[in-house]
Design a protein around this ligand. Structure first.
Ligand SMILES: Nc1ncnc2c1ncn2[C@@H]1O[C@H](COP(=O)(O)OP(=O)(O)O)[C@@H](O)[C@H]1O
Ligand SMILES: [Mg+2]
Length: 264
């Protein structure tokens, strides 16, 4: 029963609808051959395929931990796609993104989460802060919450700035156990009064087999130009990083609790 969470569907992009102007990664609203609308994230945008890897790993880890995340799919862009696109910048982006991209099911009519408008329960706020400390996600700030309210429920989007160790790719062991000082800027930190409980609840859910299943989802195509030998080896670095970080969660929980004392 239910959906098979071990695989990611692949769709073909059939129509570029409009840019989703907000953050820096130039995502677009697009339609695919299954008839659905998606928030499409391009491998040809600034951070390249690393942003897509972060989006996939971050989003699927969040889902495995029980958060609401729109369905993530691989989105195939054909070479001929976008040749008739009149905007030159968009045409360049489309051309640089031929192949596999990533898309999130578009939550039509969703509104940006605003902590002033919607008060979150401390348990949920704490779980989200815990997730972002695990993922080293710097992108859940008051200015840009990257959370949506849809049908009265909170949904997490935009994990493209997670796992930032992969931009330098060295000292990954050291970075895995480090605390996360940027938690200072987390929009939910003031409400995250149950970080210990969140830690006790979430850490056991991230088993070795869950982590293994998720890193296996990263396509070779996104790892081809990686700074290490092979896609297999790169996946192994991600697996180790996430595993070590979860095992050392006490470090980031302590850091977040200290940071919280300073903001409340
Ligand atoms: N799945 C989605 N459903 C509805 N709106 C979305 C979805 N994904 C993104 N958006 C909208 O597009 C904006 C930009 O997308 P986001 O993933 O945050 O990319 P970035 O911040 O890197 O530009 C979001 O802030 C949100 O308003
Ligand atoms: Mg964003």
């Amino acid at each position: 029963m239910g959906v098979d969470t071990s695989t990611i569907r692949t769709v073909r992009v059939t129509r570029y609808v409009t840019p989703l102007r907000e953050g820096g990664s130039l995502p677009a609203l697009a339609e695919a051959d299954d008839g659905f609308l998606y928030a499409l994230k391009f491998r040809g945008a600034g951070q390249g395929s690393k942003a897509l890897i972060a989006e996939l790993l971050g989003g699927e880890i969040a889902r495995a931990l029980g958060f609401r995340v729109p369905e993530i799919v691989f989105a195939q862009l054909d070479e001929a796609f976008g040749r008739t696109e009149p905007d030159e910048e968009i045409q360049d982006l489309l051309q640089a993104s031929t192949g596999l991209n990533l898309a999130l099911h578009y939550l039509s009519g969703a509104i940006t989460f605003d902590p002033v408008v919607t008060t979150l329960d401390p348990a949920l706020a704490s779980r989200i802060v815990w997730l972002d400390c695990l993922l080293t996600n710097v992108d859940r700030t008051a200015k840009n919450t990257n959370m949506l309210m849809w049908h009265k429920e909170l949904w997490l989007i935009d994990h493209g700035a997670s796992l930032y160790f992969h931009h330098t790719w060295d000292n990954s062991h050291e970075q895995a156990v480090r605390s996360f000082t940027q938690v200072n800027n987390h929009v939910l930190l003031p409400w995250a009064s149950q970080l210990r409980e969140a830690d006790a609840e979430l850490r056991p859910k991230l088993t070795a087999s869950v982590i293994q299943r998720i890193v296996q989802l990263v396509p070779d195509e996104w790892l081809a130009n990686h700074d290490v030998q092979s896609p297999e080896e790169a996946r192994e670095v991600y697996r180790r990083f996430i595993t070590m970080r979860a095992a050392a969660s006490e470090n980031f929980v302590n850091e977040a609790q200290d940071a919280r004392k300073r903001v409340i």
